[in-house]
Design a protein around this ligand. Structure first.
Ligand SMILES: Cc1cc2nc3c(=O)[nH]c(=O)nc-3n(C[C@H](O)[C@H](O)[C@H](O)COP(=O)(O)OP(=O)(O)OC[C@H]3O[C@@H](n4cnc5c(N)ncnc54)[C@H](O)[C@@H]3O)c2cc1C
Length: 390
C-alpha cells in the first residue's frame, strides 16, 4: 500500500523525497492545483540549514544576506554580521516546486488539487478520505498539513500553541540594503512578536509582522507607512498564521506521523519552520524506513521519529521557547533597557561569534555567560516584576 503524505509543503515533500529514496511507495496529496501557491513566507533560509535538509541553492535563490540589524521601540539599534552570506532569501513558490521536483525524481507520486478531509486509522491500514468522496488506503499517513492542523486534531493530538496572525507585503521601488535583514521590536509595533524587513534586492523588500492581538494587517499598514512614508509600490500581499509556541507533545501514533508546522516544529523565536520542519521530515523518513522493513507500523516503532527529532532539536526548541516567553512579557521600556545593555556591554560581538540562524542556543547562552550578563538578567527581572504589578 505504501505511505500517504498529506500536504505538499516543505515538510511533506522532504518526507516524500526521503521515503521514495528508500524504495518505499509514497504519494503526496496537495489540495492546491500547484505546489508552492499561495505563498506565505519571508523566504529567509539559512545557508547551513539548506545543506542540512539536502537542498542545493539553485534557481529559487533571490538574494543572500550576511547580517541582521535589530531595532528597539525607541530606535536603539545594533547589528550582527558575518563575512560570508549566512542566509538566502528565496522565492518560496520556486523553492517548494524544486522540492516537488526532487521528490518526484526520487519516485514519489504527487497528486495535486485533492483535499484530504479526514484520516481514519484501522488495525491493518490508514485511510485518507478525500473531499471528492474517494478513499485512499495506505500503510501509514504523514500529516504535513501546515498551520491549519485540522487532521492533527482529528487524530486526537492537540494543535500547536501560539499560532500568531501574520501579514506581509512585497514592496518595490524603495531603498534597501541587500545584505541585511531588519528586525523591529516593541509592543506598539508588533505585540508578542516583531516586524521584519527582508531585502530581495537594493530596491525591493518583503516587509511583514506577526502579533498576538490579531491585528496584523492594520499594524503592518501603520509600520509600512512609518518606515517607507508612502514610497514604493506594493507588488504582493499575504496573510497567514505563524507558529511560535514550540512543538506539540506527541507527533506519532499507530500508522501516522505529524511533521512540520502541523507539529509545531518551527522556531519559537522567529516562526521559521522550513529548516526545522525539513530536519524533522528526515527523521520521519528514517522511522518510516524502519517500520517498512519490520512490517510494523505501530506507534511503538514510529515513536523512533519523535526520539530522533527531539534528540536533534529538542534542546534548541526548549531554549528558544523560554526566550520567546521572556520576550513576550517585556515592556517597551524593558526592551529598550535590554538593547542598552547589549550595546554598552558589547554583547553583539559575542552573539556574532556564535550566532546561528537555526541553532540559536549558543547565542542565547552567550547572553547569560557574558560579563554583562548580570545587567541582562537584572533588566529582564526588573521589567517582569514591574509589568506583573501594573
Ligand atoms: C508571514 C510568514 C513568514 C514566514 N517566514 C519564514 C521564513 O522566512 N523562514 C522560514 O523558515 N519559515 C518562515 N515561515 C514559516 C514557514 O512558512 C512554515 O514553517 C513552513 O511553510 C512549514 O512547512 P510545512 O510543510 O509544515 O507546511 P506548509 O508549507 O504550510 O505546507 C502545508 C501544505 O499542506 C497543504 N494542505 C493542508 N491541508 C491539506 C489537506 N487537508 N489536504 C491536502 N493538502 C493540504 C497546504 O495546501 C500546503 O501546501 C513564515 C510564515 C509566515 C506566515
Amino acid at each position: 500500500m505504501g505511505v500517504l503524505v498529506v500536504g505538499g509543503g516543505p515538510a511533506g515533500l522532504i518526507t516524500a523525497r526521503e521515503t521514495a529514496r528508500a524504495g518505499i511507495d509514497v504519494t503526496v496529496v496537495e489540495e492546491h492545483a500547484e505546489v508552492g501557491v499561495p505563498t506565505h513566507c519571508a523566504g529567509l533560509l539559512s545557508v547551513d540549514g539548506l545543506e542540512r535538509i539536502g537542498v542545493r541553492p539553485l534557481g529559487f535563490v533571490v538574494n543572500a544576506v550576511r547580517g541582521a540589524r535589530f531595532f528597539s521601540p525607541s530606535g536603539l539599534s545594533f547589528k550582527i554580521e558575518a563575512r560570508r552570506p549566512k542566509a538566502y532569501v528565496v522565492d518560496r513558490e520556486l523553492f517548494d516546486k524544486a522540492l516537488a521536483e526532487q521528490a518526484a525524481e526520487s519516485g514519489a507520486n504527487i497528486v495535486l488539487g485533492k483535499r484530504v478531509k479526514d484520516v481514519i486509522v484501522h488495525e491493518d491500514r490508514a485511510d485518507a478520505l478525500l473531499a471528492d468522496g474517494h478513499r485512499v488506503g495506505s500503510d501509514a499517513i504523514v500529516v504535513a498539513e501546515g498551520v491549519r492542523c485540522a487532521l492533527t486534531r482529528a487524530l486526537g493530538l492537540r494543535a500547536p500553541k501560539r499560532r500568531l496572525q501574520a501579514a506581509q507585503m512585497e514592496i518595490a521601488g524603495v531603498d534597501a540594503d541587500p545584505s541585511y535583514v531588519e528586525l523591529h521590536f516593541g509592543r506598539r509595533i508588533a505585540p508578542g512578536f516583531f516586524a521584519w524587513k527582508v531585502p530581495l534586492s537594493d530596491d525591493t523588500l518583503r516587509i511583514g509582522l506577526a502579533c498576538s492581538d490579531g491585528r496584523a494587517l492594520a499594524r503592518l499598514t501603520r509600520f509600512v507607512k512609518r518606515e517607507l512614508g508612502g514610497r514604493g509600490k506594493v507588488i504582493g500581499r499575504s496573510a497567514s498564521l505563524l507558529i511560535a509556541g514550540g512543538p506539540i507533545g506527541r507527533t506519532y501514533g499507530d500508522r501516522f506521523l505529524v511533521v512540520g508546522d502541523a507539529a509545531g516544529q518551527a522556531k519559537p523565536t522567529t516562526g521559521g519552520g522550513v529548516i526545522f520542519g525539513g530536519v524533522c521530515a528526515l527523521h520521519a523518513a528514517n522511522a518510516i524506513r524502519r517500520a517498512a522493513s519490520l512490517g510494523d507500523w505501530s506507534a511503538s516503532v514510529l515513536k523512533d521519529y519523535q526520539r530522533g527529532w527531539m534528540k536533534e532539536l529538542g534542546r534548541e526548541l526548549r531554549l528558544m521557547l523560554i526566550a520567546r516567553k521572556v520576550a513576550d512579557r517585556l515592556s517597551d521600556r524593558g526592551i529598550d533597557r535590554l538593547f542598552s545593555v547589549v550595546i554598552e556591554g558589547g554583547l553583539a560581538e559575542g552573539i556574532q561569534e556564535v550566532g546561528d540562524i537555526d541553532f540559536q542556543s549558543p547565542a542565547l547562552l552567550s547572553l547569560i555567560r557574558h560579563r554583562s550578563a548580570f545587567g541582562v538578567i537584572l533588566t529582564i527581572a526588573q521589567d517582569l516584576v514591574t509589568s506583573s504589578l501594573t
